[in-house]
Structures are given as structure tokens and as C-alpha cells.
Design a protein around this ligand. Structure first.
Ligand code: SF4
Length: 77
């Protein structure tokens, strides 16, 4: 998987330096959720609490731990 830079620090898979440590991610089609508006970022997503507040369907809050089928690829948390 290519390196993914991400600023959603509230995500379980987020790593220092704005890296994503998930073994894979699923990115939602925001066109279906935002009425066709092209959106790069709305507000401060560093404090997102649900995947719908990000463009990433793999998002899961830090306190919830990993998703059932997605492992973290690093050991330093
Ligand atoms: S899983 Fe998605 S929201 Fe979480 S760090 Fe990776 S890219 Fe960001």
C-alpha cells in the first residue's frame, strides 16, 4: 500500500508524523455524502469522532481499538 498521510489524530491507526499505520484503508466517495460538492476538508478533522467526519471509512476512535479485520502495521503506540 502507498504511504498515507493523515491528520486525523483521534483515529486508532494514526501515528506520529501524520502517518496512517493501518494495513489498508477504505476511502468513502464523498460525492454521495455531500451532494456532489467537491470537499477536501471541512473544519478541524483532527478531532473527528466518527468515520463520517473523515473521508476514511477505516477510521475508528483510539479508545475503541482496532477494527476486526484491520491490523496496525507498527508496534510503537
Ligand atoms: S485509518 Fe483513515 S482516518 Fe485512520 S489514520 Fe488511517 S487514513 Fe487516517
Amino acid at each position: 500500500m502507498p504511504e498515507v498521510k493523515c491528520e486525523v489524530a483521534s483515529c486508532y491507526y494514526w501515528a506520529q508524523g501524520n502517518h496512517c499505520a493501518a494495513e489498508f484503508i477504505e476511502v468513502a466517495n464523498t460525492r454521495t455524502h455531500r451532494g456532489g460538492m467537491e470537499v477536501g476538508r471541512l473544519g478541524n478533522q483532527a478531532y473527528a469522532t466518527t468515520s463520517q467526519e473523515t473521508c476514511c471509512a477505516t477510521f475508528t476512535p483510539k479508545e475503541h481499538g482496532p477494527k476486526e479485520n484491520v491490523r496496525r502495521q507498527d508496534a510503537h503506540r
